[in-house]
Design a protein around this ligand. Structure first.
Ligand code: HEC
Ligand code: HEC
Length: 209
């Protein structure tokens, strides 16, 4: 953790605090209370995007930050909005740090069962993401596979050393995709699938952080 840039480190520590203590104490249960198995949690970050089961009709492919945002709404009573985004970014940064070094395997963690229907929903989402990237990004980014190389390096300190951004937040500013939307999940799923097998490295490569 000491080798990570101070701003990213601060976000990770904030996320760790939020994981252990809800910001609102009333009628809430900390993430850590239900999710106490560290070995399981370590596998999460590298396994996203994936299908997050929700009450119908809301089941869909989500990124890690999106899934954490949903959990923050449900368990911490933080409705969708800016506070939800910030809490989700912090906890997602913490989970990414916990999962650092594991190869990206969007869809399932190594210890999780493989549900064929969820994996085919993810495949469809990756396909839509590929079309979206070809339509909206390759004008500037000729080589879409080169883009994917950035995927394992989020969250990271944005250019100029200003703020720390998750990939979802980066794409919202960079390409106008709402961080919590299905379109962002498709693009992230496509890039993560392209980057499959590369190790998760929040903050980017060791040299760049
Ligand atoms: C009351 C118990 C409970 C609390 C509190 C809770 N969760 Fe969960 N969570 C679950 C259950 C049950 C599942 C589905 C089974 C599983 O994947 O462990 C789940 C699944 C998840 C998943 C999907 C994991 C995967 O690999 O698919 C994420 C991410 C998650 N929770 C994040 C959080 C976060 C972040 C918090 C705190 C804001 C939180 N949870 C609080 C019970 C809880
Ligand atoms: C108008 C041109 C333009 C478009 C369109 C565009 N980008 Fe970019 N993108 C850039 C430039 C320039 C950079 C490098 C500077 C920066 O980080 O903002 C960049 C950087 C990135 C990075 C970081 C790469 C790295 O290695 O650090 C990612 C990821 C990315 N773009 C994804 C996308 C995606 C996905 C789309 C389509 C949804 C897209 N971009 C559309 C110009 C564009």
């Amino acid at each position: 953790l000491a080798s990570i840039k101070p701003r990213l480190r601060a976000l990770i520590l904030e996320g760790e605090g939020l994981w252990q203590r809800p910001p609102v104490q009333e009628n809430t249960v900390a993430c850590a209370v239900c999710h106490f198995d560290a070995a399981k949690i370590r596998g999460w970050a590298a396994s996203f995007p994936k299908v997050k089961p929700m009450p119908p009709p809301f089941t869909r492919v989500m990124t890690l930050q999106q899934a954490v945002g949903e959990a923050a709404t449900k368990h911490y009573r933080i409705p969708p909005g800016d506070q939800n985004r910030r809490v989700a970014a912090a906890i997602a940064a913490y989970l990414s740090w916990v999962g650092e070094g594991l190869p990206l395997t969007p869809g399932t963690a190594w210890d999780q069962p493989r549900f064929p229907d969820r994996l085919s929903a993810l495949e469809a989402s990756i396909g839509r993401g590929r079309d979206r990237v070809r339509g909206a990004c390759t004008g500037c980014h000729r080589d879409a596979t080169a883009l994917a190389g950035a995927a394992p390096g989020f969250p990271r300190v944005a250019g100029g050393g200003e703020a720390v951004v998750t990939m979802e937040e980066f794409l919202e500013r960079h390409a106008g995709l709402a961080w919590h939307g299905a379109e962002a999940a498709e693009v992230v799923a496509y890039l993560a699938a392209q980057a499959g097998g590369r190790p998760l490295r929040p903050g980017g490569s060791r040299d760049s952080r």
